[in-house]
Write a protein that binds this ligand. Structure first.
Ligand SMILES: Nc1ncnc2c1ncn2[C@@H]1O[C@H](COP(=O)(O)OP(=O)(O)OP(=O)(O)O)[C@@H](O)[C@H]1O
Ligand SMILES: [Mg+2]
Length: 444
């Protein structure tokens, strides 16, 4: 046996077999070679490139489910068993190998077995002969079944992808939990503060009413005394004091002062009431509620934010009472209305439209703001997606809102015309708006 000259081995001394195959150096060598390969679990092949014939060993055939006398020895027919998607890769790997033939040839591909199923095979080979012009003549090599390894790899990749997905989901859930707990805490705090303020505001207001009455009485009595005194001597000093204190001005100014104070007081009272109404103390539970009441209290909370920017148009249809957690839906309204207000640069309108369409309760928040850029639409519900400057938006408003609407078995979606405005629609199915639609009344 002569030592192979790398990269191609001259097999010039090999005798020609009747079937056209070049016999390896010796029969013993061929058997030993095949035995060694088969012990290693590999099948052997021998490809006569010029003749277009392809010899494969018994193990090669057995791997694909063929008996020893069954498999074709035509290269083209063997090639036809390779998965069409893998053919281009095989061809370019061969071309690259023939070009340089530095390292052994290798390619993983799918080969159809006798049952018509594709199996992953690892093909390794080496060019053993070239003609005088350097054209490849013959190549020998091995085939190894790597289906199981491939399957395991695919399963592992799927598992990895699933783990990544679950992690992502977990992260989102965690963020939303933190956010909604934060909001609930803020809501409770606001409700607590509102409750605490209620008592002092109550007595300030009631005292103020008395004060208004007393002041009126005092002025009336003062006037009576003053006219009774007339020009009575001895009262000159009293009159001088009256003039010095500019009581006439006080009397004119006081009603305006009192009215303004009363107005301020009423505003504080309203804010406290709105806060209490919005956070719906004691309404963190599932119950039937009037959504318009929730929309109104949310609009009240935002009154000062909206006042200079947007005209609020309420187009309320008639709605049944809805089975929901009111404080949670108010959170959704707040996020959508705040977004609408923030989308309006200088002046615009926000329409709140409600009604029933095709078995669904629809609540639409329609703004004439900036609209949403086409490249952003797919992402607006993603946690942390924001186009607002750092510190202004967390990007959690919509994802939280969507989560809450889903818990109510509904959908939240947006339509928009860039530069003209957006419409956010909350769709709640009428059919699920009763406790009987859920086992426990709890969101799933
Ligand atoms: N009505 C709207 N008009 C135009 N763009 C909107 C509107 N509502 C939401 N968006 C876009 O969707 C993004 C995400 O909204 P989301 O409410 O989730 O977060 P945010 O408002 O940026 O921050 P956060 O609500 O946490 O303060 C916004 O940054 C904005 O680009
Ligand atoms: Mg927002």
């Amino acid at each position: 046996m002569s030592a192979p000259a790398s990269p191609a081995v001259s097999l010039a001394s090999d005798e020609q077999r009747p079937d056209g195959w070049l016999r390896p150096h010796s029969k013993d060598m061929s058997d030993a070679w095949q035995l060694a390969l088969e012990c290693a679990g590999d099948g052997a092949w021998d490809w006569n490139i010029i003749a277009g014939t392809f010899f494969s060993g018994p193990h090669f055939k057995a791997m694909l489910g063929y008996a020893e006398d069954e498999f074709s020895s035509s290269y083209d027919e063997v090639l036809a068993q390779v998965h069409p998607d893998d053919l281009p890769r095989l061809r370019s790997a061969l071309a690259a190998y023939f070009e340089r033939a530095e390292r052994p040839f290798g390619c993983d591909l799918r080969v159809r077995n006798r049952d018509g199923e594709y199996m992953w095979m690892q093909i390794r080979g080496r060019l053993v002969e070239r003609d005088a012009e350097g054209r490849p003549l013959r190549m020998v090599g091995t085939q190894r079944d790597i289906s199981q390894a491939r399957q395991a790899e695919t399963a592992l990749q799927e598992q990895l992808a699933e783990t990544v997905r679950l992690n992502h989901q977990l992260e989102g859930a965690q963020v939303q939990l933190v956010q909604s707990e934060k909001l609930a805490a803020i809501g409770q705090l606001a409700a607590g503060v509102a409750h605490e303020m209620n008592t002092p505001i109550g007595f300030v207001s009631s005292n103020f009413t008395s004060l208004e009455r007393y002041v009126g009485q005092l002025f009336a009595v003062l006037e009576a005394y003053r006219s009774a005194a007339g020009d009575t001597p001895g009262c000159a000093q009293a009159e001088a004091d009256y003039q010095a204190a500019d009581i006439d001005f006080l009397r004119d100014d006081l009603p305006a002062l009192l009215a303004e104070t009363r107005d301020g007081l009423e505003r504080v009272q309203r804010i406290v009431r709105d806060l209490k109404d919005f956070s719906r103390v004691g309404e963190q539970e599932w119950q039937f509620t009037d959504l318009h009441r929730g929309l109104d209290s949310t609009l009240n909370i935002l009154r000062y934010e909206l006042k200079h920017k947007a005209e609020v148009i309420r187009e309320y249809g008639s709605l049944p009472e809805v089975w929901c957690v009111p404080s949670m839906l108010n959170q959704v309204f707040l996020n959508l209305l705040a977004n609408a207000a923030q989308a309006i640069k200088t002046q615009g309108s926000i329409t709140v439209r409600t009604g029933i369409e095709a078995g669904n309760i629809l609540i639409r928040i329609i703004d004439t703001g900036s609209g949403i850029a086409p490249e952003h639409i797919a992402r607006i519900f993603d946690p942390f997606f924001t186009t607002k400057p750092a510190g202004k938006g967390t990007g959690l408003g919509l994802s939280l809102a969507q989560d809450i609407v889903r818990q109510h078995r509904g959908r939240l979606f947006a339509t928009t015309a860039y530069g003209q405005g957006s419409t956010f629609t909350i769709e709640l199915p009428l059919s699920s708006l009763s406790p009987s639609a859920t086992d426990t009344g709890e969101p799933s």
